[in-house]
Design a protein around this ligand. Structure first.
Ligand SMILES: *Cc1c(COP(=O)(O)O)cnc(C)c1O
Length: 372
């Protein structure tokens, strides 16, 4: 059995967790939380870092903190995980979609400006799978039209755009620490910003909107309990100690697959190795089949070998939930639709060995030679 992801917890994770138990600090009040925030904020290069319970929570908080009004429009890619759309809708704002770039799978930057109206308030950037979005033109548009930028860097720990770390762009950025990310805390997330006012709001919203300095249990705004526990942060601190090694290993995994799967390139399209502004960090190793039928066939054949796969994201404008809500009526985004139907990713977590990578590559070769 080769699962699609196995995390690596081989450093100080157990030792730091033990410390939580021995000291009794298991809630969000413990010292690892502050340490993880400081160290992760330092690593990314942002003034403020706020640890939260998961990446989706980070998006909720970030979108509330930038002050969206009901009916405000937020431009985002249709090809992404659903969390950004949920967070926009929870603020009674409106997600406005753009198609994808066929090569990087990121949002098509050239489509953004056409979607701007007098209600547009923000652009929510999502870096997909391993390559960052082209940030310069996005930031130019945001400046010209006075739009906020939220950067979903949940798949980009340590990735850079033109040498500058992902998670440093725009007004506020978020990360996730789900077990398949480059750093995991089991569940967890982080909100980062250089803006003190936004940071203060985020700190408040993650903690039931308790008002610092005012009488306890008197509230003026809605909020959530999105706090990260000391136990999660303890794992995060240990994970961050190994981040450079992790990134090297993820890139090795990607490159080994690239090399082994080269003979299949005419049938299964591998991820881009690099763009003008970044080398792929291979959050997951995604592949594109020629069509949906072939994609399903490959995934079910790999399942027979006990090799795990996941399909690509499903587009926002094709989500039954949103269609039932009357959103995105008559909209189509052909490139993203194709990615969603033809794409899948193969085992590429940190726990995978080179032998397992070779096994998966051989299985793919057999499937392509004999079963398609
Ligand atoms: C993983 C992920 C999230 C959500 O993070 P959770 O911690 O699972 O809530 C958000 N955005 C993107 C792009 C992700 O990959």
């Amino acid at each position: 059995m080769i699962p699609v992801n196995t995390p690596s917890l081989s450093g100080n994770e157990a030792r730091y967790l033990q410390e939580c138990i021995e000291t009794g600090w298991i809630s969000s009040d413990g010292p690892f939380v502050n340490r993880f925030e400081l160290e992760f904020g330092d690593y990314i290069g942002r003034k403020h870092a706020l640890a939260v319970s998961n990446g989706s929570a980070a998006l909720d908080i970030a979108l509330k903190a930038i002050g969206l009004e009901p009916g405000d429009e937020v431009i985002m890619p249709t090809f992404t995980i659903i969390s950004p759309a949920f967070s926009i809708l929870r603020q009674n704002a409106v997600p406005v979609l753009v198609d994808s770039d066929p090569d990087t799978w990121n949002m098509d930057v050239s489509a953004i400006q056409k979607r701007i109206t007098c209600r547009t308030k923000a652009i929510l950037v999502v870096h997909i799978y391993g390559l960052p979005c082209d940030m310069d033109p996005i930031l130019d548009i945001a400046r010209e039209f006075k739009l906020k930028v939220i950067e979903d860097a949940a798949e980009m720990h340590g990735q850079t755009y033109k040498g500058k770390k992902c998670g440093t762009f725009g007004d506020v950025s978020i990360f996730s620490f789900y077990p398949n990310k480059h750093i995991t805390t089991g569940e967890g997330g982080m909100v980062l910003t250089d803006n003190t006012e936004i940071a203060d709001k985020c700190a408040k919203y993650r903690n039931l909107s308790f008002e610092p300095g005012k009488r306890r249990f008197v509230h003026y705004e809605m909020g959530w309990n999105y706090r990260m526990t000391n136990m999660q942060a303890a794992i995060g601190v240990a994970q961050l100690e190994r981040i450079e090694k992790t990134i090297l290993r993820k890139r090795q995994i990607g490159k080994l697959y690239n090399q082994l799967l080269k003979p299949l390139i005419s049938v299964i399209k591998p991820p881009l190795e690099s763009t003008d502004f970044a080398d792929n960090i291979y959050w997951v190793y995604g592949l594109l089949a020629e069509n949906a039928e072939m994609c399903e066939k490959i995934c079910s054949s790999l399942a027979e070998y006990n090799t795990g796969t996941r399909p690509f994201f499903w587009c926002m404008h094709e989500q039954p939930l949103f269609i039932n809500m009357g959103l995105f009526k008559g909209e189509s985004y052909p490139i993203a639709e194709k990615l969603a139907r033809n794409g899948f990713y193969i085992p590429s977590g940190l726990g995978i060995t080179d032998d397992e990578i070779r096994t998966v590559a051989n299985q793919l070769k057999t499937i392509v030679a004999h079963e398609l």
